[in-house]
Each structure stands twice: as structure tokens, then as C-alpha cells.
Write a protein that binds this ligand. Sequence first.
Ligand code: PMP
Length: 456
Amino acid sequence: MFNPQKATGEWQTLDARHHLHSFTDPTLIESEGSRIIVRAEGSTVWDNDGREILDCMAGLWCVNIGYGRRELSDAAAAQMALLPYYNNHFQSASPPMIELAARLAGLTPDTINHFAFANSGSEANDAIARLARQFWQLQGRVTKRTIISRTMAYHGSTVMGSALGGMPHMHAMDGGVSNEVVHIAHPHWYLYGEGLSRDEFGLKAARALEDKILELGAENVCAFIGEPVQGAGGVIDPPSTYWPEIQRICKQYDILLIADEVICGFGRTGSWFGSQTLGIQPDFMPMAKGLSSGYLPVAAVGIHDRVYNVLADGGHLAHGYTYSGHPVACAVALANIDIIENEGLVARVRDDIGPYFMAALDKLVDSSPIVGERRGIGMMAALQLVKNKDTRELPTLTDNASIFCRDYCYNEGLIVRAVGPSIVLSPPLIYTHAEVDQTVDILGRALDATAKKLGV
Ligand code: PMP
């Protein structure tokens, strides 16, 4: 059996020898070694040397209920003993997938009543690209194929997921965007507002979609995809005018609207879904991460009735993964939803810990000379680092400000993330007030050190 007890150096050597990491420069693994995390409880993880680190990223924005919940491991063990695997192909189903689909229908907007399953957010978005194009094809509108997305969007790492995303470094890796995807600018008021109020800018940013549709011809446009609040692009919460205008444009030009809920879903914004917080009525809702709080890989695609009705009349559906609706993953997702519901975590984010977290971060905007703005809602936030608050001059790559700040936090026992010149935070929804205080305390010191390094 696998022996988890090895010295850190041994793990690092084996790791460097055999493992290609995600989103990492392999030379760093060889020169510095990887961080070996071995155990977790609540909002805290421990490394192989017993060092305690507060996880203000909930893993990768996913461990919404916190670590170490026995209800989920018990659900997995029970389901694994009963039925470790069966699929949903060729007219088959198992009770956990049926129950999960029904449960999700009760949590999502009234118009969303059918769910397709996948194993990751990327796969969910791949599935949507196929289903959305099929929706139009089945109605004889075969040219409606182009999907419009946004710069700095993140929709996954598969071929379609990375094309849908708006990350230049990801596009560069495999030779540019393909797959009939185009991008409009993301609605980042602080950087691109140029004298407009937030609301004016929200309308302007949304109308870039209309311009793009007119340029391409609505008869060629399949869908618009957006995260209610852009996450991995730097927690970009749009002005309140943005989504209603996007909604109007999609309706006017008969374009499907995809709200990527992979981060925003399951309470993170203070509603079950970001679409509810921001007033979006999507045709497709991909979800993953918080669906199982990351305990097992599982994703789902919520499908609007008007889309389902067309697909349902389209004959044999040539799509599916071996593990679509995996019974163990679905049983774990159900146990996770039970906890979110029974412990009132959504209301906790909306009324208690979310406002407390934002207020604590706002104090850093006031106290630090290098924090230009705090963005975010609920339990997802970003601090925008600047060299000059008046001119909004950003640190350059060579200033290395956000990475320095992130690493300072890590060395002090706090996990945050650096996205461009921003520090990003997305703690578990069970984060305590004391953990918020500890976060802000460490972050405050990290920002002071970063300001000093920048000479501000
Ligand atoms: N969509 C969004 C909004 C995401 O944040 C992510 C992952 N960070 C994905 C899709 C892709 O999900 P996965 O990594 O599970 O494939």
C-alpha cells in the first residue's frame, strides 16, 4: 500500500523526477522543490513538516464547506461499497445522479430543470460549446457557431476551455485562439473606466458585445459566455448596469447566454449562484468546484427549458463522458449540498462573514499606500496593487509586487493568490471572524513590506 510518510526532501525529489505540474515552471520544481501539503481541517492546511497554513483560497476556490468533513467521506465510502461505478449512457442511470439533478433543479433559477454531468469545469464548458451549437443546428441555423467571450476570462484548460478563456499566455501555448471564439474587453472599471462613472462604464463595456455581434452578424453568433464575477482574471465584479445590458443584447439578437458558475456557484457570492446575485437569466449554467467542495471531481451543466426542449427533439445525443454522473462523486455532492443548506452557509456569506470580510479588506485600502481598490462580493475579493493611487500607475512585471506579497504571506502562514498586479482571496465559506482578522493582519504586513520594496 502507498506509504504517505516520507521526508519532505524525498517527496520533492520524487516529484521533480516524475510529475509535470499544472500552471508551474518545471525549473522551479527542480530548483526550489514543491510545497507538499499532507493534511487539512477547517480552513487550515498542514505541510509535510507540520507547518500550519491558513488557506484563504479554499484550495482553488473550491473547498466551500472547509476541509475534513466526515459526512462527505462517509457518503463516498457508503456509495463506493454499494455501487462504485455505473454510467449514464445508453438509457442507464444511478440514484445519486438522478437525485443530484433533481436537487440542482430546486436550487437554480426556475427555468433551469435539466442537468448534464461532467468531471470538471473545463469539460462542462466543452459540453456547452457542443450543445449550444447543436441547439442552433437542430433549428436549421447552422451558421450560428461563433462564441463571444471576454479578455481575462477563465473557462478551463481543455482545447475549447482555453479558447473560451481570455488568457493570452494560455492562447500562446497552443498557437492562438481557434474554435470560432472571439473576445471583447472585460468590464474592469478601475483600469478602463476613463472618467466614466461605474454605471456608465458598465453600459459601455456591455455594448462592446452588441458591437461585436453587429460586426460578425447575429446569424453567425451562437452564444456569449461570462463568469458572473470574473474569478481567475482577478475577481472583476462588473458595475450593476453590466449584466442587465448583456441580457438585453443576448435577447435582442437571439444569442444564448452562458453564465459560468464554476467559481460563483454554491454560495460564494452570497446566493446559491452568482446569476442570482447579479440578476442573470442564463441558458446554460456550468458549475463545478463548490458542487462537491472539491472533495471529488464533479461538474454539471444546467440547461434552460427552451434549450432542453430543442435538444430533446433532436434524436440521439452524441455526447458524454465515461464518468458523467459518477455515483460516488454525485453522492459526495449531495452530502456537500446538505451541509451548505443545513448550516445556512449561503445566508452566512450574504449577511455575516461576507460583509465582515469586505469591511476588513476595505481597511487595507485605507491604510496601505499601494492598494488602489478592493473588488469582490461575498467571499471572493481582490486587492489592486498600484504604485500611485492618484495616477493608478500599476506595478510592472519587473516590480514583481504581487508575487512578492503572495510569497510573504505564504512564509507567514497564509495562502493568497497573485493575479497580475492584484492579490486575490477566496476563503472557505466557513471562514471565522478570527480567521478574517488573522488574514488581514498578515496581509497588512505583507503589503507594508511590498510598499517598502516598491519604494512607495
Ligand atoms: N470556469 C471557471 C470560471 C473557472 O474558474 C474554472 C477553474 N478555475 C474553470 C471553468 C475550469 O474548471 P476545471 O479546472 O475544473 O476544469
